[in-house]
Structures are given as structure tokens and as C-alpha cells.
Design a protein. Structure first.
Lengths: 110, 123
């Protein structure tokens, strides 16, 4: 299956952005979804795991959810800051529990 | 603090071989499943493969593009993960990241990534 993300989103500081991650086949609820943040020139870090859980140290401005009706996961960043400007990748598992990544979404803070 | 530190990247000719290492600290390495993920220049993330822990047989699994050419191994006595890359192709050029593979098997655990090691395959 594929995970499809928008190529880019942009918003002003203090606003809210939501990034979608749509699963092409099979239920989005079948396997947990993770979200990774990759700032320019840096390594990916986990911002959401198990669909909606935040690692310690990740601000509560980041939240995750899944929606079975649209078969998609979402990452919402509220109170947008310049430091949130990065690429964000969703990731889940296929039937063999191999990692599957979305194509990534570039978040620009205007 | 969890740390993953890769080494061993560099320039190699097509058809050549290279071995990456990933030194892990801050977790019980012998209990962990581990994965390799790569990122071609300007592109997205691609899973390369994983190795399970000894309790789960230390079995390995690979993505189709590297199956039969790459081999993942581990040395639990040194808390180190390896990626042996053979028959390298220009399309294998990428930054290679080692990552923990905990979220699949440990409820409440999230995954950590190394800083990456650049592999360039070019004549």
C-alpha cells in the first residue's frame, strides 16, 4: 500500500496546520502510524508514535490522530513556530511489518 | 540518553562493497530490533531492512531493492549494528540511517535515529 501526503503546506506563525497521510489500501487502523520531523540538514526525530502518542520532550502543540472514514492519519501542529519548519513523514507497517513511509510534507512557516 | 552513531560511509565504485556500523547506547541493545533507513539526495525516506533480537531469532528482512545484495548483522557484545552492502549501484547513493525498531514490539516505545552516514556510489 501507499501512504500519500501533500507535498507542502504553509501557514503563518501562531496558526495551525494539519498534514494528512492517506493509506491507499487496507485499514489505517490496521497498524500504528508514526510521524517524524526532519529539519533541514538534520536527522529525523519522532514527534508522534502509536497514532497519537507524544515522546517525552515533544511539545503538546503536536498531536496525531487517525480517521477510519477517510482512511487517513493526521498530524496537527498548533501555535506554529519558525522552528517547526521542516519535512514531516508519516510511517506505518505493511503486512510483513516492514516500514512504509509517506512521501513527506514540507511545512513552511510564512 | 539514547545515542546511535553511524560510521563507515564514503565513496565507492559501482559493483563495490562497503560496510556501515552503528554504535548504540542508552538502550538495552540486545533486546532491541534495529532497522536501516536510507534517503537519496533530495528525496524521501526508504526502509532498507531490519534485524530482530536474538530472542526472536535474530532474523533479517530486507526491502526488495536491496534483497540479496545487502546484509544486516549485529554484535550484542559491542552494542553495534552493521550493514554490509555489496554489488552497489549508483541508485544506492544515499544517507543511511540506523534506527531503533521498538515501536512495533514494545508498547509505549518510540524510535530513535542516528545522525546518518553518506554513501556515494560513483565511478
Amino acid at each position: 500500500f501507499l501512504l500519500t501526503q501533500p507535498h507542502s503546506v504553509s501557514e503563518s506563525p501562531g496558526k495551525t496546520v494539519t498534514i494528512s497521510c492517506t493509506r491507499s489500501s487496507g485499514s489505517i487502523a490496521r497498524s500504528y502510524v508514526q510521524w517524524y520531523q526532519q529539519r533541514p540538514g538534520s536527522t529525523p526525530t519522532t514527534v508522534i508514535f502509536e497514532d497519537s502518542q507524544r515522546p517525552s520532550g515533544v511539545p503538546d502543540r503536536f498531536s496525531g490522530s487517525i480517521d477510519s472514514s477517510s482512511n487517513s492519519a493526521s498530524l496537527t501542529i498548533s501555535g506554529l513556530r519558525t522552528e517547526d519548519e521542516a519535512d514531516y513523514y508519516c510511517q506505518s507497517y505493511d503486512i510483513n511489518n516492514h516500514w512504509v513511509f509517506g512521501g513527506g510534507t514540507k511545512v513552511t512557516v510564512l | 540518553e539514547v545515542q546511535l552513531v553511524e560510521s563507515g560511509g564514503g565513496l565507492v565504485k559501482p559493483g563495490g562493497s562497503l560496510r556501515l556500523s552503528c554504535a548504540v547506547s542508552g538502550i538495552i541493545f540486545s533486546d532491541a530490533w534495529m532497522s536501516w533507513v536510507r534517503q537519496a539526495p533530495g528525496k524521501g525516506l526508504e526502509w532498507v531492512g531490519r534485524i530482530k533480537n536474538k530472542r526472536d531469532g535474530a532474523t533479517t528482512e530486507y526491502a526488495l531493492p536491496v534483497n540479496g545484495r545487502f546484509a544486516i548483522s549485529r554484535d550484542d557484545s559491542r552494542d553495534t549494528l552493521f550493514l554490509q552492502m555489496n554489488s552497489l549501484k549508483t541508485e544506492d547513493t544515499a544517507v543511511y540511517y540506523c534506527a531503533t525498531d521498538l515501536s512495533l514490539v514494545v508498547p509505549g516505545a518510540w524510535d530513535y535515529w542516528g545522525q546518518g552516514s553518506l554513501v556515494t556510489v560513483s565511478s
